[in-house]
Write a protein that binds this ligand. Structure first.
Ligand code: HEM
Length: 252
């Protein structure tokens, strides 16, 4: 998963394929080393700026032309912030789809029928990230004193906003423990309608000027066997192995 998300970030950020998924990468190849660096938590990718049109250039190539320092900071930020988050979110989505084969079938039908519009795929990802967010909350440092409903909050205090708990509350998301991608597509008069929830009850990408720069992840017949995965909570919620997925050919 991490190799897949690293590959995807390479395409978005650098505008080229890194070939992380190549099983025959030599041990001393740059990509192999990069994968190792990401495993070690932090990596800065060197990349070539080729002659390309603006449309073909990745975000970092464009940024490099404006300010080289910013481009390197952004490269390390994207690798640091993008790999584990995307890989873990997809792992969670695959697990929930594996445990809900009816939703998985519905999703497959959509993916096979219309290559352009995929509202159910988007709904599945939103629902998966609601139920199994990699980030349980956001931190902010107050820059002035606040008085919120009688609670005095001084300046210079670190405030943690735990949206994960809210997103699992029935009062915000009815039948909150159930994987119901339909809630993200429901009409206003449907009790599942997601906008009935408090606007901050679902916040997996943060908010404001420092919110996540990436908001979309995509795509699979997958089943799960055995016990649910363990989620270890550190600063991030890591879904730990073993990853009991079974990938099967889809019979058309
Ligand atoms: C489903 C996958 C992802 C999730 C759930 C996620 C979640 C988050 C969260 C919660 C934040 C903090 C926002 C805040 O404090 O308000 C964040 C920041 C950030 N994310 Fe993501 N992220 C994901 C994927 C990615 C990817 C793929 C990239 C890079 C290509 C990325 C790049 C960043 C960067 C650079 C920041 C820092 C933004 C800033 O400080 O201005 N994220 N992400």
């Amino acid at each position: 998963m991490n190799k897949w998300s690293l590959e995807s970030i390479g395409v978005v950020a650098l505008g080229c394929r890194l070939n992380c998924l190549d099983p025959n990468l030599p041990e001393d190849s740059p990509v192999k080393k990069l994968i190792q660096c990401v495993h070690d938590l932090f990596a800065i990718q060197e990349f070539e700026t080729k002659t390309k049109t603006d449309d073909e250039k990745g975000i970092l190539e464009k940024l490099l032309e404006i300010n080289e320092d910013f481009a390197y900071i952004m490269a390390s930020d994207m690798l640091f912030a993008g790999v584990d988050t995307a890989a873990n979110s997809i792992t969670g989505a695959l697990y929930l789809l594996a445990k809900n084969p009816d939703k998985q079938n519905k999703l497959r039908e959509e993916v096979l029928s219309d290559p352009d519009k995929r509202p159910y795929l988007r709904a599945c990802m939103r629902e998966a990230i609601r139920m199994m967010p990699i980030v349980s909350g956001n931190m902010r440092l107050t820059t002035k004193e606040y008085n919120i409903m009688g609670y005095k909050i001084p300046s210079g205090l670190q405030v943690a906003f735990g949206h994960q708990d809210m997103s699992l509350m029935d009062e915000h998301f009815p039948r909150a423990k159930e994987f119901l991608p339909e809630r993200w597509m429901a009409d206003k008069d449907d009790p599942l309608y997601y906008r009935n929830a408090h606007p901050f009850a679902y916040n997996p990408f943060g908010f404001g000027a420092r919110s996540c720069i990436a908001r979309m992840v995509e795509n699979f017949q997958v089943e799960w066997f055995g016990e649910p995965p363990k989620v270890v909570q550190t600063s991030l919620n890591y879904i730990k192995g073993p990853y009991n997925f079974i990938l099967k050919d889809v019979k058309k």
